[in-house]
Ligand binder design. Structure first.
Ligand SMILES: [Mn+2]
Length: 351
């Protein structure tokens, strides 16, 4: 499997002599070993890949990495790299996320080499294998159980952080390794901010409560949002049903070759009909996998096309300043002719 992933990468190198990676998720994806400390993977176009790891990672890297492992001791990564960069290497691809300090060090140490940015590792990662889809499905099941536990905990007078605690406890019990982002429980006016985490605010009657959480399982992430309206609140209920319709329209359009921007715009148009598009403050969704946010970007400015076996979120929201917010988020898999929603939790969770 990892040999195959590396050969896909090598095929994308074109005129580059090799590819240098420091991103731990990329390294994990291509080698099978997810480093806990700074590491460097060098993949020459011709020849053997080498993973440089720190002494702290040495034992587990040797156990899990499918390729040659070199332990970096007192010497620096750059010195190790010098042994590998054969004279004649002219162009090396580096990740777009490469740390600026390390990038300028590389340019200084190897003036004869041009280091060009590539995003191929993420493009390759955006197409999921059957095995990856299974693992994501499990991460989703854990998050759904967490969300259910959160919804059961919601009530008048209950603090947001107590709702989050119930969700996280349930997810941990079900095997969540960690949480890919801070659990969001944002009630009442706090919900008007799309990324409010949870606070000490006590939930009141009439509040819309946005619950957005995820779990990490065998390195893969899930990300789900549901909004619960406590007691009645006509305005927020209307906003929520509008957001649900916007999501349904976007979901119905999913199939290979559709432009990601078109999905975003289709949801935005539904909100626009009611004059709510100006309250939709973020893009429609994002790819999900080893990272909770990865390509494809489902936004109005995205130039990517959907491809079979991409997995991403669809999460329209409406945020009314001073009043509150509503958002629903599901994870979808692109199949041959349509999108398959991997999330099963019902959407209209009025209580
Ligand atoms: Mn999300």
């Amino acid at each position: 499997m990892h040999e195959q992933r590396l050969s896909i990468l090598k095929n994308k190198m074109k005129d580059a002599d090799g590819f240098l990676m420091t991103n731990s998720m990329n390294i994990g994806y291509f080698t099978g070993f997810f480093p806990g400390f700074p590491s460097l993977l060098f993949v020459p176009k011709d020849g053997e890949a080498v993973l440089f790891v720190s002494r702290a990672d040495a034992a587990s890297a040797e156990e899990k990495c499918r390729f040659r492992v070199e332990v970096v001791g007192k010497e620096s990564y750059v010195e190790k790299l010098r042994e590998l960069l054969r004279p004649g290497f002219r162009k090396i691809g580096v990740e777009e996320s490469l740390e600026a300090g390390f990038f300028s060090r590389l340019k200084k140490e190897f003036p004869e080499v041009s280091f060009d940015f590539f995003n191929d590792p993420w493009v390759i990662r955006s197409i999921k294998s059957a095995e990856e889809i299974k693992v994501i499905q499990k991460a989703i099941e854990i998050a759904e159980a967490g969300l259910k536990a959160a919804v059961e905990a919601v009530g008048v007078g209950v603090r947001e952080c107590d709702v989050a605690a119930e969700a996280e406890y349930e997810m941990r019990r079900l095997g969540a390794e960690s949480f890919p982002f801070d659990t969001i429980v944002a009630s009442g006016s706090r919900g008007a901010s799309p990324h409010a985490i949870c606070g000490n605010r006590k939930i009141k009657r009439g509040d819309a409560v946005v619950i957005d959480l995820g779990a990490r399982y065998r390195h893969y992430c899930s990300d789900i949002t549901r909004t619960v309206i406590v007691g009645g609140n006509e305005k927020m209920e209307k906003a929520l049903s509008l957001v649900i319709s916007a999501q349904e329209v976007a979901l119905s359009m999913i199939k290979p070759e559709v432009a990601c921007s078109e999905l975003d715009l289709s949801a935005r148009r539904i909100l626009e009909n009611e004059g709510y598009d100006k309250y939709f403050l973020h893009s429609l969704g994002h790819g999900i996998g080893l990272d909770v946010h990865e390509p494809p970007s489902i936004s109005s400015t995205s130039n990517e096309l959907l491809r079979e076996r991409m997995v991403f979120t669809v999460e329209p929201g409406v945020y009314l300043h001073g009043l509150g917010g509503v958002r629903v988020e599901d994870v979808v898999l692109v199949e041959k002719k349509k999108g398959r929603v991997l999330t099963k939790l019902p959407k209209d969770l009025f209580i």
